[in-house]
Design a protein around this ligand. Sequence first.
Ligand code: OVM
Length: 399
Amino acid sequence: MAAFPPTLDIDPFSDQFLADPYPDHERLRAAGPVVWLEKYGVYASARHAEVQQALQDWRTFSSAAGVGLANIQKGEAFFRPPSLVLEADPPLHERTRPVLALALSPSALRDLRPKFEAEAHALLDRLVSHRAFDGVTELAEVYPIRVFADALGLCEEGREHLLPYAAFLFNAFGPRNQRFEETLRAGEEARDWVTRQCNRGALRPGSLGARVFDGVDRGEVSVDEAALLVRSLLSAGLDTTVYGLGNALFAMATHPEAWAQLQARPELARPAFEEALRFESSVQTFFRTTTTETELGGVALPAGAKILLFLGAANRDSRRWEQPDRFDILRKTSGHVAFGYGIHSCVGQAVARMEGEIVLQALAERIERIELAAPPVRRLNNTLRGLASLALRVTPRRG
Ligand code: OVM
């Protein structure tokens, strides 16, 4: 018999929760496999097994009503046309996602790698020579904007809109709280710029963005659909990696043992970045909406219910991970859900990994020691976890 879930008064979008979510994650996991969040009238799960199960079962746990708190099928919170991938189910999703997957194929990535490496080396040569720099404002916010915006084929002008757009968008997956309102004005202006950059004529020939429009020539999507798919790359591809790189640098700077391991073997950069994603997941939460009456973790769910899935909490569930709060770059990280799971799992994850690997490896090759020069400053966002500033002091390698 399915049971009623325990009710919690936790607000996962409050400043207090977002500043340090981990104690509340533990309360959420301990309360049960599925809980009821009174404040928002939604179900939630913070355990790995149930989060993964819901992500896997897209028929029951739909994305088409939006992956934020608002039900976009009921006309709530309509601030942009829905994404054709993120906010879509099959059959639409089966037609649109492959266009992105092909644009971001392994061969496309192989072509990009030399450029991504050269940019990282140039940037880090300069930063390391200063012996002190901000890991967020001078590195994590600079590098993806440079390499990914270039790869997408965006013009130079107006790129300063990219981060405000993403901040607004990821806040908009939560409630219309103070944080959302604060990013709304800049976000709307940025959204209009972003919309203009998604036209075929605005994208450099041969770029990733242009490759999305190749789907039009193959008859897979319309011109308008291709523009929306480019918008998805712009929406999902910048802030996520900015926050992911910042979190990875923070973890490395505060775990000397992990840094020593990476320093001794720079080829550990890839697993180190992966562990950083598990440890501090840049995308913390997404919602799904039930399409029918169902059951999850023994709890009965009605049709049309929103359920908040705590990806970051699932990645620290002790039912799934040994010593989950330990940052260990040698652990097996497979099974983490920082990139989601199932049909919606991040289509750009190979690009994100490439950026993370290149930056961490280039750092390890250049630096003997890395430490905090000041306490980091958090940037709170309704969906993303990351930093606004990370003052670092580094000691270059000798010789
Ligand atoms: C999209 C989109 C936007 C934000 C995030 C995302 C993490 C996708 O517009 O398709 O995935």
